[in-house]
Design a binder for this molecule. Structure first.
Ligand SMILES: [Fe+2]
Length: 731
């Protein structure tokens, strides 16, 4: 048996029938489950990111967060009774081909090496080209009334969605031309691959035939760590740069904003002389630089603005955009991101979600080979998230074609929130939202090689866990049911409730719990054919507690007793010592109680879960439980006396009897995922006709290339796209 590392993932596209290792494949389930994952970069040949390149040199991608990788779709077809077929597909948007052509690993003699991409944290960036859109996070099914088949969108928080063919898993088109999306970076930065801040969960309303998504920009001081700025301050004497910048500012102080941008641009462009910086003084230099740039220059002159735009797509080339403002008509500041949005019959629900997919984690990994500097910058840029979340409610009747600016009603949830789902019905303008709460946890952080464990400080970090997201938590997670008066934005008591379960019995955590609340599923979740009026049963994942994942860094970020919390930092250390295993449980949303659960064994990690309906109704159980839960699981089994080897499995539970354990376990030597994220269920995945909103890729990207200010760089980027990108997208 070959030893397989914990996060091993292959980029090979396969089409295989899975093998049953336990139980039997249910014959009364149907449909297709699609799951998103990331499977490394064009350089890495899958996961994990190895410490050395094939030529023996240090690998700059080693230690990268696993979630920073190309989108890879796992498609489990359940429509042939007695079979589970797995088809996989690597998603290749235009930026993928730019990445491939500029890499010194895949194209050693390419003339575009200075345009190559690097993993810089959660983002993969090229200083001159911009940001990779990895479309690796979730899938949104869409079925307009004019469509005979389901359409599928691959999504990402930092890039526009792309439609892909459900049958072949090949990309069809981006949604919305580049020119309609607002870049999340400051206007100074003219890279053709703009970083678009949006939601990984655009939502489709089959009743009204509308898809909603968002695009937002931030007045964010943390932008200073971006692109050219890093190069400049790393390579030059700060006093000289300070003096020069002061001269520039004096010269442009009374000129237009555009002139200011251009002056800064010219300065950074010409400041490319290399000067080696040695010794520990680098720390002082970086520290000074952050303070100076932050306070005196960057924030003042070249920051973006706060703006939230709601976009509506009705299956056409053009999207309708509204600017969303608060009750006072002021711009809405987004602290973190807008990972989740939702809707009811009469309202759109936006959220500043506590998933820190923000610029500080996108750019705080610039010195991969210098852990001391990397650690310093993480401390400097990193911060604890708020212990609450802001929701913004938009009345759908306000969303007219003539309107351009819409006022939203704000609601403050008293607990940090990542994901949520909304009942479609909102009687008496009361919106019911089912919420997931990652309390005092940082799901966008990842484990670094220099991290120290809180519980066992002398124990080294498990190298197999490097880059893993969802590091240890500093309070117990919660499952919420929030009922909001949409007219006032107030939470209605006593209907609003938050559930937490320690799962303790006789001092041991052995029962259903909410330590590390993660993903969830329910019948007809994100269905493109019907809205769920009233969500009655939700199946939840809890990650548990693992002393090998709680780092000093996370402890220090979230130890404060000023945070709204259930357990103190000291208590959390004690609970982490006890440990808790992965759990899947069913929550009855009316009573907000756990009604069924299953606990996974040690060394079993459940990554994704998806409700699959049965093809016959059962009058004896609620319709919302009449199905199966398909899960992806990584199982550690002994490889020798001291080591484990990990295998990828699919486990299928009866949704009405989780406690009996999986009714079927499947595997295959060619099924290889390191982790998996969001999932979707559709009844079929047929080849779809080419829609008339397909974009002309050359026109779409030439528009962006034309905005590059430096003529020489512009010419080379144009050449790169003409020869290496556009040929893959014949019009
Ligand atoms: Fe998500």
């Amino acid at each position: 048996m070959e030893k397989r590392a914990f996060s091993t993932a292959s980029r090979e596209e396969v089409n295989i029938d899975l093998l049953v290792s336990e139980g039997a494949i249910p014959t009364d389930m149907y449909g297709v489950v699609l799951i998103s994952t990331a499977c490394g970069t064009i350089n890495s040949n899958g996961l994990p990111y190895q410490p050395l390149n094939p030529d023996g040199s240090e690998n700059e991608e080693y230690g990268s967060p696993l979630i920073n990788g190309d989108g890879f779709i796992l498609k489990f077809d359940l429509n042939t009774a007695g079979k589970v077929n797995l088809q996989t597909g690597l998603l290749k948007p235009p930026c993928y081909f730019a990445d491939l052509a500029t890499s010194t690993q895949t194209s050693p003699n390419n003339p575009y090496k200075d345009l190559a991409f690097k993993n810089t944290g959660l983002a993969r960036l090229s200083m001159k080209l911009g940001s990779r859109n990895e479309i690796n996070t979730a899938i949104t099914p869409v079925k307009f009334k004019k469509d005979n088949e389901h359409r599928l969108l691959a999504t990402f928080d930092a890039g526009r969605p792309f439609e892909f063919d459900p049958s072949t898993l090949k990309l069809i088109t981006a949604i919305g031309e580049n020119k309609i999306w607002h870049s999340g970076l400051p206007p100074l930065i003219d890279q053709p691959l703009a970083m678009i801040l949006t939601t990984a969960h655009p939502v489709f309303d089959p009743d009204t035939d509308e898809l909603f998504t968002v695009n937002f920009t931030k007045d964010n001081k943390l932008l200073l760590s971006a692109t050219h700025i890093f190069d400049v301050f790393y390579n030059h004497d700060e006093q000289w740069i300070m003096t020069e910048l002061k001269k520039i500012i004096a010269a442009v102080e009374h000129k237009s904003t555009e002139d200011k941008y251009n002056a800064f641009y010219t300065f950074f462009k010409h400041t490319n002389l290399y000067k080696k910086i040695e010794g520990s003084s680098i720390i002082d230099r970086i520290s000074k630089w952050f303070k100076h740039l932050w306070n005196e220059f960057y924030y003042k002159y070249i920051s973006n603005v706060n703006a939230v735009m709601l976009l509506r797509w009705k299956g056409e080339k053009q999207l309708k955009e509204w600017t969303i403002v608060d009750e006072a008509g002021k711009p809405i500041p987004i602290s973190y991101n807008m990972h989740q949005i939702g809707f009811s019959k009469d309202y759109i629900v936006l959220c500043d979600t506590n998933f820190k997919f923000t610029l500080d984690v996108m750019f705080n990994f610039p010195f991969q080979k210098e852990p001391i500097i990397d650690e310093f910058i993480r401390k400097l840029l990193g911060g604890a998230m708020n212990d609450y979340s802001m929701l913004y409610l938009i009345k759908r009747s306000d969303l007219t074609d003539d309107a351009t600016q819409i006022k939203a009603t704000s609601t403050r949830l008293p607990v940090e929130t990542v994901h949520f789902s909304v009942n479609y019905q909102n009687p008496n303008n009361e919106i019911t939202i089912h919420t997931a709460h990652n309390c005092s946890a940082c799901p966008a952080e990842w484990i670094r090689s220099y991290d120290k464990l809180k519980v066992n400080p002398n124990e080294p970090i498990d190298s197999q866990k490097l880059g893993l997201i969802a590091v240890g938590e500093m309070d117990i997670g919660k499952i919420g049911r929030c009922v909001i008066d949409a007219k006032t934005g107030t939470l209605i008591e006593p209907q609003t409730k938050f559930l937490y379960l320690t799962g303790e019995e006789n001092g041991v955590i052995s029962k259903a719990h909410t330590w590390g609340v993660g993903l969830y599923t329910y019948k007809d979740m994100i269905s493109a054919e019907k809205n769920v009026d009233h969500i009655t049963h939700i199946y939840w994942q809890s990650y548990g507690l693992n002393s090998g994942l709680l780092t000093d860094y996370i402890y220090n970020l979230y130890e404060s007793d000023k945070r709204s919390r259930v357990f103190s930092a000291d208590q959390m250390v004690e609970y982490t010592k006890k440990g808790a295993l992965f759990v899947i449980q069913c929550i009855d949303t009316d009573s907000l109680t756990s009604v069924d659960y299953y606990t996974f064994a040690k060394d079993q990690v459940m990554w994704s879960l998806q409700f699959v309906p049965k093809n016959k109704t059962n009058p004896n159980i609620p319709d919302s439980k009449n199905g199966y839960i398909l899960t992806t699981v990584i199982t550690g089994v002994p490889y020798n006396e001291h080591e484990l080897t990990y295998q990828c499995e699919v486990w299928i539970f009866d949704a009405n009897e989780l406690n009996k354990g999986p009714v079927c376990k499947l595997n295959h030597p060619q099924m290889s995922f390191g982790f998996t994220i969001h999932s979707a269920w559709v009844p079929e995945t047929k080849f779809v006709s080419k829609p008339d909103y397909v974009l002309n890729v050359k026109e779409d990207y030439d528009f962006m290339i034309q905005k590059v200010k430096d003529a020489a760089i512009k010419t080379r980027i144009q050449q790169l796209f003409d020869t290496e990108v556009y040929p893959h997208f014949p019009s």
